[in-house]
Design a protein around this ligand. Structure first.
Ligand code: B12
Length: 192
């Protein structure tokens, strides 16, 4: 599959159906399918990499276009340190931006300390750390829970979630949530 074709198809779908519908009905199902094909050996790693990177490029452009023009409270959506899956954080940031938040992302596998420093610099009211890779393949996740999460300022509410985040690893500083519960409760930001 050619990356430029994947990108163009998604861009056109966004123009026709809007970002929310495209994420829910095209991008997420496609990524889940790609993961299944990869796990069954039907798709090779290059096919998974190229397709997911094409989705990522379109989504990051879409996120930039969704940044509110007026000042809005900031939120930070990050992949867990050591976790190369930043797409779930990008998808979550898009959802937040559609609700009106000024949503920022950090990219794949943030270095130890990068989340903490970004929080201090950007002052997000909430932070969501998404762990897709389980601790078996990502030892940095436990390190984050033990050392970096306790240093985060208390004015940022920290949410955690994702396929790779086992509930028993959670510290009392991090609220484990399902995304739909989080957005149903938090919804749009208060006007500032
Ligand atoms: C693309 C992809 C990759 C890309 C990542 C590209 C990128 N920049 O993100 C690459 C090729 C780098 C990759 C690497 C690996 N991958 Co991969 N990958 C995927 C794939 C196909 C899509 C991931 C994705 O974007 N999902 C997004 C959507 C579809 O996922 P979602 O869970 O519904 O998440 C959404 C929400 O729930 C939200 N969210 C989740 N939790 C929370 C919590 C809160 C509070 C909020 C607000 C939101 C939120 O985020 C998303 C927004 O809608 C998945 C398949 C899958 N089912 O996800 C495999 C998958 C995640 N990968 C997998 C694996 C095993 C790996 C590797 C370990 C493989 C390896 N041995 O090298 C490495 C990771 C190494 C590392 N150190 O991180 C497994 C994970 C199994 C597990 N949990 O352990 C999967 C499930 C494939 C499979 N079927 O087995 N991968």
């Amino acid at each position: 599959m050619k990356p430029d074709i994947v990108e163009r198809e998604i861009r056109q779908a966004i123009l026709h159906y809007g970002m929310r519908a495209v994420v829910a009905e095209i991008v997420r199902p496609v990524l889940i399918q790609v993961g299944e094909w990869w796990a069954e050996g039907i798709w090779l790693p290059d096919q998974e990499q190229i397709t997911s990177e094409a989705c990522r490029r379109v989504l990051l452009n879409g996120l930039a276009d969704l940044t509110p023009l007026r000042r809005a409270p900031r939120v930070l959506c990050a992949a867990a340190p050591g976790d190369r899956h930043d797409l779930p954080a990008v998808l979550t940031a898009i959802e937040a931006a559609l609700y009106g938040w000024d949503a920022r992302v950090l990219g794949p596998s943030p270095a130890p300390g990068a989340i903490e420093r970004a929080v201090l610099k950007w002052g997000p009211v909430w932070l969501v750390v998404i762990a897709t890779t389980s601790p078996k393949d990502n030892p940095e996740l436990r390190q984050f829970v033990k050392t970096e999460a306790p240093r985060l300022p208390r004015w940022t509410t920290v949410y955690g979630g994702g396929l790779g985040w086992p509930a028993r690893e959670i510290s009392d500083l991090i609220r484990l949530e399902r995304p739909e519960d989080l957005f149903a409760r938090i919804g749009s930001p208060p006007a500032i």
